[in-house]
Design a protein around this ligand. Structure first.
Ligand SMILES: Nc1ncnc2c1ncn2[C@@H]1O[C@H](COP(=O)(O)OP(=O)(O)O)[C@@H](O)[C@H]1O
Ligand SMILES: O=C(O)[C@H](O)COP(=O)(O)O
Length: 385
């Protein structure tokens, strides 16, 4: 997004690098509202908006806001239906977001498919990026409807997963129960020649008490029985792949990030991906360092600033980088569940929740835009007046 020129060096430069308020404001809208509020206090303010994301939903939108071209393709949604999904391209770098194809938001409202949802469409998205000539693919994962270990994605890229009668196994993590043979020989050869980066905000392993089914299955509608089934099936998946990959499958299953987005992290590692914390990758992709250099104040944020934020979420990544550069950082959020000391340790000087202006959370959720503008006015008065 554009930078306003400031001819007067006394004019503060604000960098707005916030994530979305999930379910209520996109990251681009957050930046717009904050800009509007700040400008009411200091109309001449120089503002740069750099919406951020951590690999989960909103990742392609952040890349597009930073100047990437948006490309659209028809791919399979989590239930196999055809959906239009976007990826982002700049030069030979593509940003592919698995949630675009296989995200929870692709399921009909209020429905879940923990056992059958497939990542096939995410594989089709990766293939589209390869077809477009991408040499580096940032593969952002999170917010998935799936728990299939990336089996669907690998199948879309040429792998074959067969049952005892030589037929393809059924879709989703549920189908992996019947897996007898894994054949990776048909995998798209272009994958071996490119840089594939797995960008995720979690470092869970594939299975076990901290694995994908146990930790993230319930939010995808998995019952305790489903979690047990999925955990066993993903362990079986890794064991069958072991015959093809030798010790590497077991290694991948235990690696940080293998359990991201229903185990698609594992599938990506099988493809040779290198895991990096999502926000770090995205800050690089979005050109955050250059924007930071010019800023006097950094405003970050997300819907809920809570304990999770401190573990690799976008505001923590932004604040860490900004603090390292000696910049002042404040945060905006819908709800705040961190004490000042914890914020301080994360490098955030002060957080401004919508609820500080409008104590009724229902109103904050129903019409957050004008409230966020008022919040930004407060920041303007506190830090820029
Ligand atoms: N406008 C809002 N007002 C109050 N709370 C909000 C608002 N928008 C989002 N939230 C809170 O933020 C949560 C989403 O958190 P967020 O940090 O955006 O995503 P995640 O933690 O999934 O990455 C919502 O469940 C809700 O509790
Ligand atoms: O972003 C997340 O919540 C984690 O990566 C988990 O991803 P998932 O919700 O897609 O399993």
């Amino acid at each position: 997004m554009s930078i306003d020129t400031d001819t007067d060096t006394a004019v503060p430069r604000v960098l707005i690098a916030a994530d979305k308020f999930k379910g209520t404001l996109t990251a681009v809208q957050v930046a717009e509202r904050v800009t509007a509020g700040l400008r009411r206090v200091r109309p001449e303010l120089a503002v740069e908006a750099l919406p951020v994301a951590d690999g989960g939903d909103g990742t392609v939108a952040a890349a597009v806001a930073a100047g990437f071209e948006q490309r659209e393709v028809r791919v399979a949604g989590p239930l196999g239906e055809s959906v239009t999904a976007a990826y982002a391209l700049r030069g030979d770098t593509a940003v592919v977001e698995m949630a675009e194809a296989s995200g929870l938001q692709r399921l009909p409202a209020g429905t879940f498919a923990p056992l059958t949802a497939s990542t096939y469409g995410s594989g089709e998205l990766l293939r589209a990026a390869l077809d477009a000539g991408a040499r580096t693919i940032v593969f952002g994962v999170g917010g998935s409807a799936t728990t299939d270990g990336g089996a669907g994605m690998l199948a879309a890229l040429g792998a074959r997963f067969l049952d005892a009668s030589g037929e393809p196994v059924g879709p989703g993590g549920g189908g992996l129960r019947d897996l007898v043979t894994a054949d990776l020989s048909g995998l798209d050869e272009r994958l071996a020649a490119i840089g594939l980066v797995l960008a995720s905000d979690v470092d869970n392993p594939l299975t076990g008490p901290k694995g994908a089914p146990a930790v993230y299955g319930p939010q995808k509608g998995a019952s305790p029985e489903d979690v047990a089934t999925l955990d066993a099936n993903l362990a079986h998946f890794a064991a069958v792949l072991e015959k093809t990959l030798g010790g590497r499958a077991a290694e991948h299953a235990l690696a940080p990030g293998a359990g991201a987005a229903g185990g698609i992290g594992f599938g990506a590692l099988v493809l040779g991906a290198r895991f990096r914390p999502g926000i770090e990758v995205m800050l690089d992709v979005l050109g955050f360092a250059a924007a930071l250099e010019k800023a006097t104040l950094v405003i970050t944020g997300e819907g809920s600033l809570d304990e999770q934020t401190l573990h690799g979420k976008a505001p923590a990544g932004v604040a860490a980088a900004a603090r390292a550069a000696g910049k002042e950082v404040v945060a905006v959020c819908g709800r705040l569940a961190l004490p000042p000391a914890a914020l301080g340790r994360a490098g955030i000087r002060r957080a401004y929740p919508l609820t500080e202006v409008e104590p009724d959370v229902r109103r904050c959720i129903a019409d957050p835009g004008p409230i966020l503008e008022q919040v930004a006015e407060r920041i303007g008065r506190d830090f820029l007046a």
